[in-house]
Design a protein around this ligand. Structure first.
Ligand code: NAD
Ligand code: TYD
Length: 353
């Protein structure tokens, strides 16, 4: 089959990546989508069961830290574009073991840039390296202010420092070698298929299993929450209509103190489980704060709204209810992840292929 475009999506077995892969495979049937993922603890091919047999989808178990593997993939497929999501993504893990964040987030990104540069050899027309990054590169805010695309970088955790480094490398390759790039920096995503080490799925899972809900510090930290499907739509728009060399901020316009969000999740989940109102709030347990915990993130997405007409969905509480529903009605997904059984899925589906 002659594909109109061949796109490499890295980290497609992860949380956001799986939503992006699904959207591109279904909405662009004339594109070949190659999902390259190492399948770390955060990669789960069960997230993509519904697209794995589509003709325009291929999975490649690839570690982006391996230069040879990345070069081999580019030689094999001659990609027109890259949407780069593969990363170590959890701040707490970056505090307990930062090295992997340097390898995957920085070295892995440079390997992809080098392979794209070599493969595209100055014939950059219709090519794009699209790098997915985070609002955490801008640092931490007090109670006032918001991040724009012009906010100077001031990363505070090993995770955000590694993402900031990768953003700088992407911009440096654009400036020095002319490779077309776009970067988007988004806020905290929520929705189906998120690994339950991150706040929202962890809280739902602990309420379901009657386990303590760990709240770091006093729960005063503020995050902006973005629906993952809105994010995937924004990525599609930016990939096709964003301007090369630009940065776009993506946010939900939806700031919550952690403790308020956790109480809301308790109310919703209690109602869904038929428990008496307030029963899960007893599980809330204030624990030692995360070292260097960023106080507040706030993101101004007006550039994306003005240039590409994107807007986040308005009704957060309804979307959060849908998210709770998803985790409660996909208990086998959650149990497989909690028990580690999801890691067997690759062998059962792909061994011998
Ligand atoms: P995730 O941790 O759920 O998934 C990451 C994926 O990358 C996994 O499938 C994992 O197997 C893969 N991966 C890790 N190391 C790899 C390597 N060396 N080679 C190939 N694949 C590897 O992450 P996510 O939450 O889906 O985040 C995706 C991207 O979005 C990341 O770049 C992250 O920094 C960024 N981001 C995420 C959020 C969020 O709220 N989740 C917010 C802002 C930015
Ligand atoms: P997280 O989902 O890890 O995302 P990030 O650190 O990238 O923003 O955490 C979201 C917020 O919730 C953050 O302020 C830390 C806090 N948090 C808790 O209070 N308890 C928890 O168990 C976790 C995982 C996070």
């Amino acid at each position: 089959m002659n594909y109109r475009k061949k796109i490499l999506i890295t980290g497609g077995a992860g949380f956001i990546g799986s939503h992006v892969v699904r959207r591109f495979v279904n909405n662009h049937p004339d594109y070949l989508i190659v999902n390259a993922d190492k399948l770390t603890y955060a990669g789960n091919l069960e997230n993509l069961k519904d697209v794995e047999s589509k003709n325009n989808y291929l999975f490649s178990k690839t570690d982006i830290v391996s230069k040879e593997s990345v070069t081999g993939l580019f030689n094999k497929h001659e990609f027109d574009g890259v949407i780069h999501l593969a990363a170590e993504s959890h701040v707490d893990r970056s505090i307990s073991s930062p090295d992997e964040f340097v390898f995957t987030n920085i070295v892995g990104t440079v390997n992809l840039l080098n392979a794209a540069l070599h493969s595209w050899k100055d014939a950059f027309e219709d090519k794009l390296f699209y790098h997915i990054s985070t609002d955490e590169v801008y640092g931490s805010l007090g109670s006032e202010g918001t991040f724009t695309e012009e906010t100077p970088y001031d990363p505070k955790s090993p995770y955000s420092a590694s993402k900031a480094s990768s953003d700088h490398m992407v911009r440096a390759y654009n400036h020095t070698f002319g490779i077309p790039v776009i970067i988007s920096n988004c806020s905290n995503n929520y929705g189906p298929n998120q690994f339950p080490e991150k706040l929202i799925p962890l809280v739902i899972s602990n309420i379901k299993n009657n386990k303590p809900i760990p709240v770091y510090g006093r729960g005063e930290n503020v995050r902006d929450w973005l629906c993952v499907k809105d994010h995937a739509l924004a990525i599609d728009l930016i990939y096709h209509r964003g301007r090369s060399g630009e940065t776009y901020n993506i946010g939900g316009n939806n700031e919550w103190k952690n403790i308020d969000l956790i109480r809301l999740l308790c109310r919703i989940t209690d109602k869904k489980l038929g428990r008496s109102p307030g029963s899960s709030e007893k599980l809330i347990s204030f624990v030692k704060d995360r070292p260097g915990h960023d106080l507040r993130y706030s993101i101004d997405s007006s550039k994306l709204q003005k240039e590409l007409g994107w807007e986040p969905a308005p009704d957060f509480e309804a979307l959060l209810e849908n998210t709770v529903d998803w985790y409660l009605s996909n208990s086998s997904w959650l149990e497989n992840v909690l028990s580690g059984d999801y890691e067997k899925y690759y062998d059962s589906m792909y061994s011998g292929r």
